[in-house]
Design a binder for this molecule. Structure first.
Ligand code: PMP
Length: 330
């Protein structure tokens, strides 16, 4: 019989899929590493598994313990899934701006979600930073993974994402492109690919315009999961050869085209990374192989990137996507 013991055993080993339509007229082969095919739906399953297993090994997380992390997104799903498998409890702390749908996903996996007001300064006792710190202090057996400082974040990519890409491309990859959030993906995958290729593989970061990685001040942008207003410990500044800044409009435009033209329903940070990969591809030749990592799927963004009203309210909507009447279709 052919089966897995648990869905957690399906983390990693995601496929590479060629981009066909978006790359028309460009010379290099552009391959997307499709991370929404992880069982929790994102690249963060990889770090969740490794951070938990390392904490078990070091004794920081003991049987029956509680995982406490300020997260509302993909990392929470990964941690909740791994916790379910291993018998830990999970408490996630998130600001009240996080949508009810996202909170319900975490609750569906059995996690508890504590909601904090967005409109208070970080030092306020009700802020989500203060609340998560207090929960870690007060819950017996609590452990905080802290994806922004935990070395296992980048190490998970050094040991899984990097070797997978090298094997899947038979060592022919020339460029690796990824969006930068905590910096774990680019730091770990990039370091592996540079080491194994003796520095031949070039590593390119994609960053929302306004974020610190591309020289911004942290001014607001709408793409989720990438960009920062501070420099996380998990980001290794020696890895990226170049950082390309992409506007929200371009990120969301490409995100929609990935669904329309490549049947890849993915999140906004994927459109951002692909936008950077396409800019890079214009400067490359037919012998080049560009791998671009797509962190998550598009279902979590149906009310945003894939909602015409939302897109139009920011002036992002192009003419190619609009609702039709019966008359238009007949
Ligand atoms: N895209 C999305 C949707 C994410 O959730 C994240 C993680 N914050 C990233 C991209 C960036 O990955 P990393 O944190 O490894 O830099």
């Amino acid at each position: 019989m052919d089966y897995y013991e648990h869905v957690v055993d399906l983390v990693g080993n995601t496929p590479l899929v060629k981009l066909n339509s978006l790359t028309e007229g460009l010379e290099p082969l552009v391959l997307a590493k499709v991370e929404y095919l992880n069982p929790g739906g994102s690249v963060k399953d990889r770090i969740a598994l490794r951070m938990v297993e390392a904490a078990e090994a070091s004794g920081e997380l003991r049987p029956g313990g509680t995982i406490v992390e300020p997260t509302s997104g993909n990392t929470g799903v990964g941690l909740a899934m791994v916790a379910q498998r291993k018998g830990y409890k999970c408490v996630f702390v998130c600001p009240d701006k996080v949508s009810e749908d996202k909170r319900n996903v975490l609750k569906a996996y059995g996690a508890r979600v504590v909601v904090c007001p967005t409109a208070v300064p970080p030092e306020h006792p009700d802020s989500y930073y203060s609340v998560s710190d207090r929960l870690v202090r007060e819950i017996d057996g609590a452990w905080k993974p802290n994806q922004y400082a935990n070395p296992e974040n980048a190490l998970s990519h050094y040991h899984s994402t990097g070797p997978e890409i090298w094997r899947q491309t038979e060592g022919r990859i020339t460029h690796f492109v990824a969006g930068v959030g905590t910096g774990g993906t680019i730091s770990g995958t990039g370091r592996y690919l540079k080491e194994v290729s003796d520095g031949r593989v070039k590593v390119i970061g994609a960053d929302p315009e306004g974020s610190v990685y591309s020289g911004g001040t942290g001014r607001p942008y709408l793409v989720e999961g990438v960009g920062e207003d501070f420099w996380p410990e998990t980001y290794d500044r020696t890895i990226a050869d170049e950082i390309i800044a992409i506007s929200d409009a371009e990120s969301f435009g490409i995100t929609r085209r990935l669904a329309l033209e490549e049947a890849l329903l993915v999140g906004g940070s994927c459109g951002m990374a692909v936008a950077a990969a396409l800019r890079l591809a214009k400067r490359c030749g037919p012998e080049d192989v560009i791998v671009v990592l797509l962190p998550d799927g598009g279902r979590g963004y149906l009310g945003k990137v894939f909602n015409d009203q939302w897109m139009a309210s920011f002036g992002f909507l192009g003419p190619e996507t609009s609702e039709a009447t019966v008359g238009d279709v007949l």
